[in-house]
Design a protein around this ligand. Structure first.
Ligand SMILES: Nc1ncnc2c1ncn2[C@@H]1O[C@H](COP(=O)(O)OP(=O)(O)OP(=O)(O)O)[C@@H](O)[C@H]1O
Length: 743
């Protein structure tokens, strides 16, 4: 899937004049979303250039709208184990910091505080929903790259060394050696750490006679979910890149020139990487700047969102054109989304030699955008506790979660990547010669079955293939030997005794041994085939999941054609899956590629306003009761019925929700919509709880998210965009009101 690249045009500042505006947002066709940025040619004002993006946000776009549309949809994926990277790119003064960090007022909060707020909220929900069986720990690292040197922002500037922190590559990941990591229990914790770190950034910049916005700032939020023995870890990275600027047009002194040269170099390398990737070059010049090494654009296999910030003014003309050029090329970058694998906790091994590089950790994933090896967080945490009294002045307001609720557990051990000795889920297959391509991670990989690893203790989970090849071989051999021994005993009892050959083993024994080794060989081959097959199906399933996620994203952004294509591709992995077929059918009808077949149950439902759905059985209702982000949940339901395990063959009634468009509704239906919006806007918990399909939890979540937005929800489309809503939830609530208004 492509890196998602969106453009945001900032509004005019007080001193700026309307007549100077040259950058505008546009759409490919009427009624399509804004996806074009238009700017005149610098040479010929009558000529206009258009640059296409996944989405374009106009001057009037609020912080909340941007977050809801671009970041919130990926939170679920983050908790599913995908890494998410969001970075702001653009010329200096175009609004990168505003977008990422935001302002003092609640409504001005940027992506970072909103991200944290949502991560904590979702974490609490998971803890609550699992009755504490799953714990969620959040840990932060924050660092900057200034003049191509890496500095830890969670450490005081006095601790900085002239050379900064070293980067190293380990297991295909770029690591910042010695970077600290702090556990973060709630928004208050985050607020304190973030403000302190930003103060460090400013202090360090002042000492160097520099400006803090002359560095790239990288915040890394590590989410660790632990259920019993299983640990799932994923990372959200939010990056505020330093702005590029043209030295010829600024009166930069020597220091500023050095800074600018470093910034421009790293941004130039970034653009080179983007070019190289979109050309399909084998060699990508990542290593030529620290920022690009860390960003690993296109090699980072999670979800990447690049926000291009633009100033609408003529004074930025050439810079704007140059960043538009770079970003629109970034749109073509293909990356594979790979979710981080679940790992198992193990009792700490007695081997005291386990430290640093030989600590067991997650199975390899090719070049991922991970960052950190931590060294001194424990000390930092103690110091941090001692400093609690003198809290720095707030630089921005963070919206605190209302209820104290279940605490999100801190990470026990401070080290990133090293907090828990881990054991991979499965035996890793040996690397194949010449296999230089990144390999998708799988739940189980085929084993070579010959001495890949030394024998390890069996995994505590019976569900996973976690034995070594040697163990499997030994197990099979033992079993076969038992069977053959008992068969030999039966035969011996039936046949007359034979004379032993002198000086050698008894003939029957030699034959039995031969038979054993042949039998073992045969069993081993069968086992190998089975494991290979399972592994292939698991890998297919995760590929299918990836496609579903992409389809969901495409659909959310109005790209129905793209969504249809992706759903159709996903069908290969979930053949015959009724819900998926329903989605495809509806999209085909919507796009005019097929006629609605009213004989199909799902289409019939659509036509009839889905009353039948409500009557179709409580199981289905329960299934949807807790549903959020309808389509992804849909997709999970699809995937939950893995064709491999044969559960897909269980026929379930198909439930399809038509897309409600207010413009197409009759008077009665509009009344229901009006009533629904009134109830929502009342923010009255008891009224909202009464909506069809709303439980106490969902109602509370809605009230919370309404509390963070000042204005009213004016349409179903807006309602669908709210966290935890989604098409299905809205449709159900609406359906519940139709009978009320029609009597
Ligand atoms: N969407 C917006 N709404 C209101 N004000 C904005 C918006 N975007 C930017 N601004 C304002 O524009 C000015 C410049 O923004 P900001 O400092 O975020 O730019 P920047 O790209 O981070 O610059 P630099 O690269 O120098 O750090 C600030 O005063 C900021 O408040």
């Amino acid at each position: 899937m492509s890196v998602r690249v969106v453009a945001r045009i900032r509004p005019l500042l007080e001193k700026e004049l309307d007549k100077d505006v040259i950058v505008t947002a546009d759409r490919v066709e009427d009624a399509k979303p804004l996806t074009l940025v238009k700017i005149p040619s610098p040479k010929n004002g009558a000529e206009e250039f258009s640059f296409a993006f996944n989405s374009v946000y106009e001057q009037t776009t609020s912080q909340e709208e941007l977050f809801t549309a671009e970041v919130a949809p990926h939170l679920k994926a983050l908790f599913q184990g995908f890494d998410v990277t969001i970075f702001a790119y653009g010329v200096t003064g175009t609004g990168k910091t505003h977008t990422m960090r935001g302002g003092l007022r609640l409504a001005d909060r940027g992506v970072i505080p909103r991200l944290l707020s949502n991560v904590f909220r979702r974490g609490k929900k998971i803890i609550k929903d699992t009755n504490g069986e799953t714990t969620v720990a959040v840990a932060l690292s924050y660092y900057e790259i200034y003049n191509d040197k890496v500095f830890d922002l969670l450490e005081p500037p006095e601790k900085r060394t002239a050379t900064g922190l070293r980067l190293c590559e380990k297991d295909g990941k770029t690591l910042v050696v010695g970077l600290s990591e702090r556990s973060c229990d709630d928004l208050k914790d985050f607020e304190r750490l973030y403000i302190e770190a930003n103060n460090n950034r400013v202090t360090a910049a002042t000492k160097l006679n520099a400006h803090s916005s002359r560095s790239h700032a990288i915040l890394r939020v590590k989410v660790t979910q632990t259920t019993g023995n299983m640990v799932k870890e994923s990372t959200a990275s939010a990056i505020d890149l330093a702005g590029s600027e043209d030295n010829r047009r600024t009166d930069n002194g020597k220091e500023r020139l050095i800074e600018s040269a470093a910034i421009n170099k790293s941004l130039f390398v970034l653009s080179q990487c983007i070019d190289a990737i979109s050309r399909g070059d084998k060699r990508i010049p990542y290593r030529e700047s620290k920022m690009t090494r860390i960003l690993s654009l296109g090699q980072n296999q999670g979800i990447t969102i690049m926000i291009l910030n633009l100033a609408p003014l003529r004074s930025y003309h050439l810079d704007t054109l140059s960043s538009l050029n770079v970003s629109s090329r970034a749109k073509r970058i293909e990356v594979r989304e790979i979710e981080n694998e679940i790992v198992y906790k193990q009792a700490p091994r007695t081997n005291s030699g386990l430290s640093g590089s030989n600590i067991p950790r997650q199975p390899l994933r090719p070049l991922n955008n991970a960052h950190n090896i931590h060294s001194g967080a424990a000390a930092a945490k103690a110091a941090e506790k001692a400093e609690k009294a003198d809290k720095p002045v707030k630089a921005f307001a963070v919206f605190p979660d209302k209820k104290p609720a279940p605490a999100i557990r801190s990470i026990v051990a401070p080290s990133a990547n090293t907090s828990l000795p881990r054991q991979p889920l499965q035996v890793k297959r040996p690397s194949e010669v010449g296999d230089s391509l990144p390999r998708p991670s799988k739940l189980a990989r085929p084993t070579g079955l010959t001495g890949i690893r030394p024998p390890q203790p069996a995994s505590p989970s019976p569900k996973q293939i976690s034995m070594t090849a040697d163990q499997i071989e030994a197990m099979v051999e033992k079993k076969v030997a038992e069977i053959l021994a008992s068969r030999a005993a039966t035969e011996a009892a039936a046949a007359p005794p034979s004379q032993p050959t002198s000086g050698s083993e008894p003939a029957t024994s030699t034959a039995a041994q031969h038979e054993i080794s042949e039998e073992v060989q045969r069993r081993l081959e069968a086992l190998e085939r089975r494991i290979e097959k399972e592994s292939r199906s698991d890998s297919g399933r995760s590929e299918g999941l990836r496609l579903l996620l992409q389809a969901r994203q495409a659909k959310e952004h109005g790209d129905d054609e793209g969504a249809l294509k992706l759903y159709e591709e996903a069908l290969v992995y979930f053949p015959g899956q009724a819900k998926l077929l329903g989605k495809i059918e509806r999209l085909r009808v919507k796009l005019g590629l097929a006629e609605a077949d009213l004989n199909q149950p799902e289409m019939k439902d659509c036509k009839e306003g889905k009353r039948s759905v409500r009557a179709s059985g409580t199981d289905e209702d329960d299934e949807y009761q807790e549903g959020t982000e309808a389509d992804i949940d849909d997709d999970e339901n699809v995937c939950g019925r893995s064709p491999v395990r044969g559960k897909g063959s269980k026929k379930r009634p198909v439930k399809v929700w038509p897309v409600l468009e207010e413009a197409e509704l009759d008077e009665t239906a509009l009344l229901a919509v009006k009533q629904l919006l009134e109830i929502v806007n009342s923010r009255d918990l008891s009224l909202i709880k009464g909506l069809h399909g709303f439980g106490a939890k969902k109602a509370q979540d809605l009230v919370d998210s309404l509390a963070s937005r000042g204005d009213e929800v004016e349409s179903l489309a807006q309602l669908r965009m709210l966290p935890g809503m989604g098409g299905r939830t809205v449709e159900r609530a609406y359906q519940g009101l139709v009978p009320t208004v029609s009597v």
